[in-house]
Design a protein around this ligand. Structure first.
Ligand code: ADP
Ligand code: MG
Length: 681
């Protein structure tokens, strides 16, 4: 069936939940001299004249007609379905025409308008908002255009509208001034006016967000009862020794607060699942390390898993220095760990001699067994799926506590909705003395100045990144731009005085690694790359990030890229290169980058611009299949619904009260649907 294939509509219920994506105002008629290209769809009353076929040859014919009223004329034109239209229209009859005006050769015309024969009755019919549904080309050919869909849905509402059952208890409907569900479905598909539409939207959004929160909060509470974990009863000598004698700096207030949150969690006999969000450079690693010490003091082992070998390596060398001072034994395990070292590592892990292991996916292998794994840190969480996380749990009799660190900030409201199963900590403070990165937007015409700036910085001993966009759809062209840019830079920065590295996805990973290492070892001064360098690598001496065609990057990507610099003591710079012609959104993105270094502020803007579905790291989340509510726009309602769900569950945790029976039932329906859905996908 066409509907099913083209828009995944399967049941009556789905059809009713197939909401119009916008509405056309058919509450008034326009005079022809009022009509301009700027108007959306408009309706006009007029008389037809001068109907004729023009052009010749297959596919080139068109039917045209002139529509006249007292104020002027416009041309109507059809390229398709000509026969059908010809049968309906005659010169001299009065009609109601409905369509989108466009400017063509200094006059206004309207392609493929709807035409109805005029009658006083029709002109006087109740003014209304006409729903517009999405429809594919295939659907349109089969007459299932927006109007066809509207008719089907109207018929369905007439037939089964009375059977739509209320999902909210009477007291909630009253308290929150909502309309009934039945009414809401009527109004969303055929509102008579703006007030009805608003009431319907409010009710349906409330429905969606409230039940989502009810489900997530309830699940979270149930998990906490079910997921038994190891309680870390003491703060012991190792932690205290490190804290008092070896901490290389004072912790920031935010770091202390998050450590306390973790401490409270791990002291309970319940598995912790906590997400730590903090901008690049906010100091998540030390928090993770000190949490691991809590585990070790209680006789447990800990591991830290990173998404790439380079990152694992970097974590290992950083943590080794700290661990050494307090007699904590730590090792590295990655894909390229030698067999001999692996054997030793396996033994030490199983005997309990080894306290901490840092590594990549290699840690997940079944061969890797622990004597007593109690704490797991996962860096850059969006690279690891939930299933992979679960494999770590199997490594002890009870699941270890899990701390996930991410530098991709997600606005709190979104995080609340996305990670129902995680508690969230935020490090929203940078260590003192950090120089903030100076960001500038530069145009292609500024290129000579930019090249001179690069030269100056290199002469000061700094290193430079130059990043090019690479997007699948335009891959060929993008590679060409990358190579052109590289060649151009080589002309400006000739060897042997200057050395350039280049890294992109078409290189073998050994070659990539080789080039990265040359840059890390300061053998090259400029790194030309695609976004492969986005995550991780820490080269403190690199202090300039130049992003080419910056308008083509998303905000969170720009922010991640900028985070590659500003890691050392020197003043760092980020230059965003673009042409003059920019879309409004691109302008907002670049302005936002120039204005702020705050990842959370950037994430909020990103959410507003793109909507939550596209935010980095959220794509895999099945929880966010919202139909009508929009997390970026319905923020307040979301928070409201969350609080309501919370207080309701505080009072009636299992929804057993008589007054909440409707909620209980609806929740079961939703949970069942989600399970079915999970099985399919
Ligand atoms: P990220 O959150 O990006 O993982 P890191 O943990 O790598 O950040 O920390 C970035 C740098 O800041 C490291 O060199 C670290 O030693 C340093 N650092 C972390 N916390 C503090 C602090 N409270 N005071 C001073 N420097 C700190
Ligand atoms: Mg980090």
């Amino acid at each position: 069936m066409l509907l099913k294939k083209d828009c995944e509509i399967e049941t009556f219920g789905d059809l009713l939940n197939w909401f119009p994506f916008r509405y056309v105002d058919r509450t008034r008629f326009y005079a022809i001299n009022e009509v301009s290209e700027d108007l959306p769809l408009v309706q006009i009353i007029g008389r037809l004249e001068n109907i004729k076929m023009q052009g010749s040859g297959k596919g080139k014919e068109r039917l045209t007609a002139i529509l006249r009223d007292k104020t002027g004329t416009i041309e109507l034109v059809w390229f398709q379905g000509i026969k059908f239209v010809q049968d309906k229209i005659r010169p001299g009859i009065d009609v109601i025409v409905f369509g989108k005006p466009t400017q063509f050769n200094n006059s206004i015309n309207m392609a493929h308008p709807e035409v109805e024969v005029y009658s006083a009755e029709k002109a006087a019919r109740a003014p209304r908002l006409q729903p517009v549904y999405n429809s594919s080309e295939a659907m349109k050919r089969a007459w299932l255009d927006s109007k066809g869909q509207s008719q089907i849905i109207q018929q369905l509402l007439q037939r089964i509208g009375n059977q739509i059952e209320e999902t909210l208890p009477e007291y909630l409907i009253k308290q929150h001034h909502l309309i009934s569900l039945k009414q809401a479905y009527q109004f969303i598909h055929q509102p008579n006016n703006a007030e009805e539409l608003k009431a319907a939207e409010t009710r349906l959004k409330f429905e969606e967000l409230f039940f989502l929160q009810l489900r997530l909060i309830r699940q979270n509470r149930i998990n906490k009862q079910l997921l038994k974990g190891f309680p870390f009863e003491i703060i012991g000598d190792i932690f205290n020794n490190f804290y008092h004698n070896h901490l290389p700096f004072q912790l920031t207030g935010a770091q202390k607060r998050v450590l306390k949150e973790i401490r409270v969690d791990v002291a309970k006999p319940i598995q912790m699942n906590r997400l730590v969000q903090g901008d690049v450079g906010s100091g998540k690693t030390i928090v993770a390390f000190m949490s691991m010490l809590m585990a070790i003091d209680n006789g447990f082992q800990a591991c830290l898993m990173a998404p790439t070998e380079i990152l694992a390596q970097q974590h290992f060398s950083g943590l080794s220095e700290l661990a050494e001072k307090i007699g904590v034994k730590i090792r590295l395990l990655t894909g390229s760990t030698k067999k001999k070292d692996r054997t030793i590592l396996h033994q030490e892990l199983e005997s309990g001699e080894l306290h901490i292991v840092v590594g990549t996916h290699a840690l997940l292998e079944d061969k890797v067994l622990f004597k007593n794994l109690g704490f797991v840190v996962i860096d850059e969480q969006h690279r690891f799926g939930v299933a992979q996380r679960a494999r770590l749990w199997a490594k002890n009799t009870l699941p270890p506590h899990v701390l996930i660190m991410t530098a991709t900030p997600i606005p709190r409201t979104l995080a609340m909705t996305l990670y129902g199963d995680l508690d969230i900590s935020i490090i929203d403070e940078l260590p003192p003395g950090r120089k903030s990165i100076v960001t500038k937007h530069q145009f292609d015409k500024d290129r000579p100045a930019v090249l001179n700036f690069i030269k100056e910085q290199i002469n000061l001993g700094r290193q430079i990144y130059v990043v090019y966009p690479l997007i699948e759809e335009s891959e060929q062209l993008d590679y060409k731009n990358l190579m052109d840019g590289y060649n151009h830079l080589q002309d400006w920065f000739p060897s042997p005085q200057y050395q350039l590295s280049i890294v992109h996805g078409r290189l073998k990973s050994a070659d990539k690694e080789f080039e990265m290492q040359r840059f890390i070892k300061k053998q090259t001064q400029i790194m030309v790359a695609t976004t492969v360098i986005e995550v991780g690598v820490n080269v403190p001496n690199a202090s300039v990030m130049i992003i080419e065609s910056a308008e083509r990057f998303g905000l969170s990507q720009l922010h991640q890229l900028r985070g590659r610099v500003g890691r050392g003591a020197d003043q760092s710079y980020c230059l965003l290169m673009s042409g003059f012609k920019l879309s409004t959104e691109a302008k907002i993105r670049l302005e936002t980058m120039v204005r702020t270094n705050d990842g959370f502020e950037i994430a909020e803007v990103d959410l507003e611009l793109r909507g939550p579905g596209d935010l980095q790291g959220t794509q895999q989340s099945g929880d966010l299949d919202l139909n009508i509510a929009d997390i970026s726009k319905d923020n307040q309602l979301l928070v409201y619904c969350r609080q309501l769900a919370q207080s309701l569950l505080d009072k009636d945790p299992d929804l057993l009260l008589e007054e909440n029976q409707k909620l209980n039932m609806q929740l079961r329906v939703l949970e069942k649907r989600k399970m079915d859905w999970g099985r399919i996908s």
